[in-house]
Design a protein around this ligand. Structure first.
Ligand code: DMJ
Length: 447
């Protein structure tokens, strides 16, 4: 126990961070599911974990969303000080990374290094723009404002650099403070930057209106620049600029990663944006969220195996797994959308559970090995698939958690309603509310 991620068909492990990522990422899932023995093992692991001597070169983004997010949530849900202790150590190990010219960390950083020495200034909007919620939460947990101040400073650099007339391209240079890239989309590299504009606004007690305005503006640009209709579905894809750079031509390929977006729109509507929950106009968030959730679910029906591939291509009038990316890592985004839509629609007449049931049945039937472990699936575009690769920690942190929450009755287990909490991009919940006496734009996380 304690290696990062495992290969389900062997005893091999992947160990890229030395933090036992799967354990930290899964601890709150174990608590929420009431798996007491496994939760106690995870806690015991955290008790013995020495973060202060770890000098691995890691992706700041992955460590923040999975390890710090996991530690924060485990503390918020259980109040057990061991999680807080480790979260503070981990945040401290990462703080020097913010010492760049813009205040945003480079993509990779050596833990516990004392300078932000760069081995490349290029990062992405998502990498740099998905730190604020976790570091603000850590400040609330520790009463040490350095964490929130560092992440807020970076977020300001990103907001200053956002182009007025187009979605942010994926790349961001932490030295020049400029975005770069030759296409726009809301998939990998951009996704959680947009997600966190909304969620950090909610977590600020809805006071940090710069974040709200940036989110609302981005939503309109998503539909103006990257969305298409194909085969009766509404899709969000990748678009290239033409001419003067203000007109965009979207392709017909949709990424699984982009399916975080309907859930985000549903959550925004729950919090009163885009016409609110009652919105029925075509451009209201709820209308768009319903349509996009259906399209995301359709990705799982794009092949006879019932799992959604990394990418689908709708160039032939209906969705097919894109041959070069026809595998499933059991990613969470579609079931995440089903869960949020189930919650915000008061059950949605059972529709989202029914879709979730079919997706779960396909996982049980097709993505489970004879040893009972889940496995990624390759070649969903063919009749014969094969299993392989590792199980990413997000399968336990997110995919299984969202399936569980979709099917559980609200009164079973911790109260996780979407009005009082937000899930970070890795499905780690923190409770939110304005804290009197604390400046609105710094910290409003209720613990
Ligand atoms: C997760 O680690 C997070 O949701 C992240 O924002 C992007 N996607 C993976 C899972 O697909």
């Amino acid at each position: 126990m304690g290696r990062d991620e495992y290969f389900p068909d062997s005893y091999l492990c992947d160990d890229w961070s030395g933090l036992g990522i799967t354990v930290l990422d899964a601890a709150d899932t174990l608590h929420i599911m009431g798996l007491h023995t496994e939760y106690a093992m995870a806690r015991n692991f955290a008790l013995r974990l020495d973060i202060t001597k770890n000098q691995r070169m890691v992706s700041i983004f992955e460590v923040v969303i999975r390890a710090l997010g996991g530690l924060n949530s485990a503390y918020v849900l259980t109040r057990d000080p061991v999680w807080r202790r480790r979260a503070i150590e981990l945040g401290t190990a990462m703080l020097p990374a913010f010492g760049t010219r813009t205040g945003c960390p480079a993509q990779y950083f050596r833990l516990n290094a004392h300078t932000a020495a760069l081995n490349g200034a290029a990062t992405t909007a998502a990498d740099a723009g998905t730190l604020q919620l976790e570091f603000r939460t850590l400040s609330a947990m520790s009463d040490d404002m350095r964490f929130a101040a560092a992440a807020d400073n970076c977020e300001r650099a990103l907001l200053r650099a956002m182009p007025a007339l187009s979605l942010v391209p994926g790349g961001f240079n932490v030295t020049t403070g400029k975005f770069f890239g030759d296409s726009v989309s809301i998939s990998g590299g951009v996704d959680s930057f947009i997600e966190m504009l909304l969620k950090t606004w909610i977590a600020s007690g809805k006071h940090d209106n710069v974040l709200r305005a940036a989110f609302e503006h981005s939503v309109e640009l998503v539909f103006a620049q990257t969305s298409i209709e194909a085969g009766g579905e509404l899709l969000v894809t990748t678009a290239k600029p033409t001419g003067d750079g203000t007109t965009f031509v979207p392709n017909k390929v949709m990424e699984h990663l982009s399916c975080f977006f309907p859930g985000v729109l549903g959550l925004a509507a729950l919090h009163g944006l885009g016409g609110g929950l009652q919105g029925v106009a075509p451009t209201d968030y709820m209308t768009r969220a319903r349509r996009l959730t259906r399209s995301c679910y359709a990705m799982s029906r794009s092949n006879p195996h019932g799992l959604a591939p990394e990418e689908t291509d709708s160039s032939w009038g209906r969705m097919f797994p894109k041959p070069s990316n026809a595998h499933s890592l059991l990613r969470p985004e579609i079931v995440e959308a089903l869960y949020v839509m189930h919650e915000v629609t008061g059950g949605g007449g059972g529709l989202y559970r029914e879709w979730g049931r079919r997706m779960w049945d396909a996982i049980e039937a097709n993505a489970t090995l004879s040893n009972g472990r889940l496995a990624s699936m390759y070649r969903l575009n063919r009749d014969m698939v094969f299993h392989g690769g590792k199980i990413h920690s997000f399968v336990l942190a997110e995919t299984l958690k969202y399936f569980f929450l979709l099917f559980r009755e609200r009164e079973d287990g911790p109260d996780l309603n979407l009005t009082d909490l937000v899930f970070n991009t890795e499905a780690h919940p923190v409770r939110v509310m304005h804290r009197p006496g604390v400046p609105d734009n710094i910290l409003n996380v209720r613990l």
